[in-house]
Design a protein around this ligand. Structure first.
Ligand SMILES: Nc1ncnc2c1ncn2[C@@H]1O[C@H](COP(=O)(O)OP(=O)(O)OP(=O)(O)O)[C@@H](O)[C@H]1O
Ligand SMILES: [Mg+2]
Length: 260
């Protein structure tokens, strides 16, 4: 069986710095995988490569669906989004002055415009009207406990709530792979626990594949089926949470970070 997403020997250089250095990894359908590693390890850069925001210096990224195989390194961010890869940002990117509801509708409308023909072909009747979009948006807001904020401007939301809205926006495009860049950053332990349950629920409910970057180990250890550890641009180790947690190389990489 082919992997859903296959990353092979990917390198990304910024001038003299090799931020991602010969990374190979894969994701299978309906997996929940974590990408962890110290600050500056290259995690966000890898997300930028996977979503086409920056080109690879070398290496290959293949998406294999039931229909076809796609070389993502030759595709634009819009094309990659159309293939069902969606992300959130470490530095939250919302339309600050728009309401919560309008932020979600804007995400859907982008999809609707760029993708009208393919969307209709893939899923007949999918957001044919604004009313349908509103109904779907309301359902997502409800699921993420954001209904009471529907008419609130995004920048008036508490920080942790803005992060939930980012996830809703990413889900509004009906992705098959969702990349979450530090979804629990800035959240308190209770919010983080709620978010952990929510991510699990969404992954099961929408039958999607999730790759998440996170520093909060409670979230990672509770959610991830597998973990990749990135350090200085390279995969240090990979495996199930129990194995990764007790790996001396991982402990050293994190302790090393704590010392400086
Ligand atoms: N556009 C860029 N231009 C130059 N250097 C960059 C660029 N983006 C990232 N880098 C560098 O690449 C390295 C990896 O950065 P990256 O943001 O991917 O790390 P990270 O693992 O996401 O870290 P953090 O946990 O702090 O978010 C860093 O040294 C960073 O300064
Ligand atoms: Mg980062």
């Amino acid at each position: 069986m082919e992997h859903l997403l296959q990353v092979e020997h990917v390198v990304r250089k910024f001038g003299g710095l090799t931020a991602v250095n010969d990374v190979s990894l894969h994701l299978d359908q309906h997996e929940l995988v974590a990408l962890i590693g110290p600050n500056g390890a290259g995690k966000t850069t890898l997300f930028n490569l996977l979503t086409g925001m920056i080109p690879v210096t070398s290496g290959k990224i293949d998406l294999t669906t039931e229909q076809s195989r796609y070389d993502l390194t030759r595709k634009s961010p819009v094309q990659i989004a159309e293939l069902g890869l969606s992300r959130t940002f470490q530095n939250i990117r919302l339309f600050k002055s728009l309401t919560v509801m309008d932020n979600v509708l804007a995400a859907m409308t982008n999809q609707y415009k760029e993708n009208f023909v393919t969307t209709i072909m893939r899923l007949p009747g999918f957001y044919r009207t604004e009313e349908e979009m509103r109904v779907a948006a309301k359902q997502l807001l409800d699921l993420f406990d954001l209904t009471n904020y529907a008419t609130t401007p995004a920048d008036k939301l508490p920080y942790g709530t803005q992060r939930r809205l980012e996830i809703v926006r990413a889900l509004a495009t009906h992705p098959q792979i969702l990349f979450l860049d530090e979804p629990a950053a800035g959240m308190n332990p209770e919010e983080t626990a709620d978010l952990t349950n929510l991510i699990k629920h969404v992954q099961e409910e929408f039958q999607i594949t999730v790759l998440l970057i996170e520093h909060d180990m409670s979230l990672v250890m509770n959610l991830a089926e597998r973990i990749y550890v990135l350090d200085q641009g390279q995969i240090l180790t990979a495996g199930p949470p129990e194995e990764v947690k007790s790996n001396p190389k991982v402990i050293e990489a994190y302790l090393g970070e704590g010392e400086d």
